[in-house]
Design a binder for this molecule. Structure first.
Ligand code: FAD
Length: 500
């Protein structure tokens, strides 16, 4: 029988490290399984992650976190989706909402009816069927209604927050639940004769030996990449952005919008993420097409308020490790791979890795079948998100710079090319089992980027056109009415006790 798991070492204390520490300590008995987290204050964290997606609610719930307390601690706000400006062409905008568009009618999906009506010129704009898009447009927010069959039950939401404060918030809980924090810089990683990791040695000579290791060391991937030599699969041919310059600024007139904004630029795109006390801004760009100086100048010239810090340049590569779990080591966070923050998926990928690890807790280092399964599931997770991101860059009418001309004519991964072909022919939203983004997300971005089908799904003909027209009109009508009754976002933050 293999030895029971008795000690887990987490290397790195950024968002990934403290999320892993808090979740494991919450679920496991830390008297039986010790958890040590090693981090180096001198190295610091990336910590710009500020926008999230709805599954984070489940993560916080697992930890028993009170929402208002969490938002006060992280100076967070609510998020109903992302507004995309100038992506399809200059002067255009669309909204990628959480929640759903309309409702399905038994086996007849909403989008089949909407596409048929759109082709006949008898449909309202897509956003009119989304409570999140309508509420965002009005600057309103409330949590989903838990009773009644009305649009308020279809609200989906996530948060904007200060990731460094979130890591600190999780650290306090993790330490309270028994995680031991060790300050220090890892200078070497020891290997056992079978190739597994035997221990890590710190600058001051201290040695930490565990039976399982979680590599949360950021882009360097100290354990999985450097020590175990798992190669990095580079996706730069599809996602060429490799830098970001970030700077917070004072809140401007627009205030705390309950959504993230992404504005396309000549060689990248810019985010606007409102927190309670400031706005996070960043320009993500391809260094082959834009210098750091130009990126910084563009970002500073478009801020809505006084910059509150020096702009900070971050370098990255899009892609993933060929394997995420190798021998007795799993990588989470930036050490496992990175996809640019266009759809706020990085913190979610950490969460997804933790959830799977909890399902497959290693017995004696990890059985090969568990390891293969983990690697397969995480690879699909990364690849489906990658395809969704590529869609934003590829399906555009923009041809004003080399950057956009290259992206709109690039060769697509087969998986995305197939999806597009299916959608263009029939409007059908093909999805992989378990993939993160819903059909609401795919439809919002496909239509928003100007991709519309030439035919509609014949299943729509299961409902007479007149009946469908009446039902669609009714959905748009009740959605508008419900949105108009939701409180203003600021008022909701104050009244729910979430505002500092
Ligand atoms: P890091 O924050 O880099 O932490 C690494 C840790 O390892 C640190 O504690 C460091 O001290 C430690 N360490 C490293 N080397 C050693 C060593 N030798 N010895 C000891 N300790 C060591 N995600 C989102 O979900 N939403 C967003 O909006 C978003 N925006 C982003 C924007 C940009 C430009 C970038 C680059 C990322 C963004 N992310 C976003 C991603 C998000 O910031 C990260 O996924 C998240 O913070 C996790 O980072 P991490 O913990 O893996 O790494």
């Amino acid at each position: 029988m293999s030895a029971p798991l008795s000690h887990i070492a987490i290397i790195g204390g950024g968002t990934a490290g403290w999320m892993a520490a808090a979740a494991l300590a919450r679920v496991l008995d830390t008297k039986a399984i010790a958890i040590t987290l090693v981090e180096s204050e001198a190295i610091g964290t990336v910590g710009v992650g500020e926008a999230t997606i709805p599954p984070i609610q489940a993560f916080n719930a697992l930890l028993g976190i009170d929402e208002a307390e969490f938002l006060r601690a992280t100076k967070g706000t609510y998020k109903l989706g992302i507004e995309f400006v100038d992506w399809r062409a200059h002067g255009t905008r669309y909204f990628h909402p959480f929640g759903t568009h309309g409702v399905d009618f038994g086996a007849i999906p909403f989008e089949a009816l909407w596409q048929r009506a759109r082709m006949a010129g008898a449909a309202a704009p897509l956003e009119a069927y989304s409570i999140c898009a309508e509420a965002a447009r009005l600057g309103r927010f409330q949590r989903p209604a838990t009773t009644g069959n009305n649009p308020l039950a279809h609200i989906g939401y996530a948060y904007h927050f200060d990731a460094a404060l979130y890591a600190g918030f999780l650290r306090a809980r993790a330490e309270q639940w028994g995680v031991r924090r060790q300050e220090g810089r890892v200078t070497s990683v020891e290997r056992a004769s079978d190739g597994a990791i035997a221990g890590v040695v710190l600058e001051d000579g201290a040695r930490i030996a565990a039976d399982f290791y979680i590599d949360c060391s950021g882009f360097r991937a100290l354990l999985l990449g450097e020590a175990l030599g798992i190669p990095f699969e580079d996706w730069g041919r599809w996602l060429p952005n490799d830098r970001a310059v970030a700077v917070p600024c004072a809140l401007g007139l627009e205030g705390r919008t309950p959504f993230t904004r992404s504005t396309a630029r000549g060689a990248g795109w810019q985010w606007r993420i409102p927190l309670q006390h400031r706005v996070g801004n960043g320009l993500v760009y391809a260094s082959a097409q834009c210098s750091d100086e130009d990126a910084q100048a563009l970002l500073l010239s478009t801020l809505e308020g006084e910059p509150l810090a020096e702009p900070r340049v971050l370098r990255f590569r899009a892609g993933r490790r060929a394997r995420f779990w190798e021998r007795n080591c799993v990588a989470l966070g930036l050490s496992s791979g990175f996809l640019e923050p266009l759809e706020s998926t990085s913190i979610h990928l950490v969460q997804a890795g933790i959830a799977r690890l909890l399902e497959m807790l290693p017995v004696g280092g990890g059985t090969p079948a568990d390891i293969r399964r983990y690697n397969r599931l995480m690879a699909t997770e990364f690849e489906t998100i990658r395809d969704f991101l590529i869609l934003h860059f590829h399906a555009t009418a923009r041809d004003d710079t080399d950057y956009w001309r290259q992206l709109r004519t690039m060769e697509l991964p087969d998986t995305l090319a197939d999806r597009l072909a299916i959608y263009r022919a029939s409007g059908r939203l093909y999805r992989e089992a378990d993939e993160l983004f819903s059909k609401t997300s795919w439809l919002a971005v496909l239509h928003g980027q100007g991709v519309d089908p030439i035919g509609y799904d014949p299943i729509a003909d299961g409902m007479a056109r007149d009946e469908a027209r009446t039902r669609l009109a009714r959905i748009a009508e009740v959605t508008a009415l419900a949105a108009s009754r939701i409180p203003a976002h600021d008022a909701f933050l104050r009244e729910s006790g979430a505002m500092v």
